[in-house]
Ligand binder design. Structure first.
Ligand code: PEP
Ligand code: MN
Length: 307
């Protein structure tokens, strides 16, 4: 019986998750008992345990110099993973010196940053034909919000057996999200391995977000909601959710207090001049301040941000 501490009495499929869903549609990602939690290791960092791993870095891997400088700065402040987009889901098709995708070059620069700092890499994969090259150059594959329901991509990414971070589609219910995770879980199961899937809440569409520039609303309550149903760890990305740097610190702290099993945020050494999304990214100094604030909050809920 999955999710033993929840009441599943909704007989009608919809946004709510029914017992039929748990039994027949998400048997692999559903909890088998109230205290069932998946723990897995990726590049020596444990997910789903007491540690709340922190992933930080720029939106776009703009240059080798930028990514190495960022990696050194976030490592000094206590980050566990370096993030950064090489293959980017820009919302419009035109590329320019400002809006560019570093693609394979970005992967190379991420590797340089890893060699210099030892930080493992998480980066996005958007298309099946690039899975091999991205997988060879990262420790965890990221599926972005726009691809959460790209089922052929999920299946092929699952077949690599690598740890996958599945961001929530910005219009997706928890039910949609867990069913998408099941596609990856099925492949991990077929490989006979443990499920290495990390859910990541990154903001959902809402009518009111309190600022015109804020496109999304951080759904904090999806953290305990997910934990009622699934054994998979769930993390929070307040940068993409708030789209407004001054709100990132409080939402980081709130995410830890709500039980998040990991955090992602965008950090850039020179936010004003960030190629993409300058309003949401934190400077290295702001990141250091955020990490310092995270420590006592994590401790208060029996967690830690120090590996
Ligand atoms: C990102 O992490 O840079 C990103 C594009 O995230 P999302 O898919 O949540 O928009
Ligand atoms: Mn981004």
């Amino acid at each position: 019986m999955a999710g033993a501490n929840m009441t599943v009495d909704n007989k009608f499929p919809g946004k709510d998750i029914t017992q039929d869903d748990i039994d027949g549609k998400i048997p692999l990602v559903a909890k088998k008992s109230a205290d069932h939690r998946t723990k897995f290791e990726c590049a020596g960092i444990e997910f789903g345990g007491a540690l709340v791993p922190v992933m930080a870095g720029p939106n776009t891997v703009e240059s080798e110099e930028l990514i190495v400088k960022t990696a050194k700065g976030i490592k000094a402040a206590g980050a566990h993973f370096l993030r950064g987009g090489a293959f980017k889901p820009l919302t419009f098709p035109y590329r320019s010196p400002k809006f560019f995708e570093p693609r394979e070059d970005g992967l190379k620069w991420l590797q340089v940053a890893k060699q210099e700092t030892g930080l493992p890499i998480v980066t996005e994969v958007m298309e099946i034909s690039k899975i091999d090259i991205v997988a060879q150059n990262c420790d965890m594959l990221q599926i972005g919000t726009r691809n959460m329901q790209n089922y052929p991509l999920l299946t092929e990414v699952g077949k690599t057996g690598m740890p996958v971070m599945l961001k929530r589609g910005y219009g997706a219910s928890l039910r949609d999200w867990l069913m998408a995770a099941e596609y990856i879980a099925l492949e991990h199961d077929r490989l006979g391995q443990q499920q290495k899937i990390l859910l990541c809440e990154r903001g959902i569409v809402a009518n009111h977000t309190h600022r015109a520039t804020s496109r999304f609303l951080l759904d904090l309550q999806v953290i305990p909601a997910a934990q009622e149903i699934t054994h998979l760890p769930i993390m929070s990305d307040p940068s993409h959710a708030t789209f407004w740097q001054p709100w990132v610190k409080s939402m980081m702290l709130a995410s830890i207090a709500a039980g998040a099993d990991g955090l992602m945020l965008e950090v850039h050494p020179d936010p004003v001049n960030a190629a993409v999304d300058p309003l949401q990214c934190s400077s290295l100094e702001q990141f250091d301040d955020i990490m310092k604030a995270c420590r006592p909050v994590a401790q208060a809920v029996g967690r830690t941000v120090d590996a």
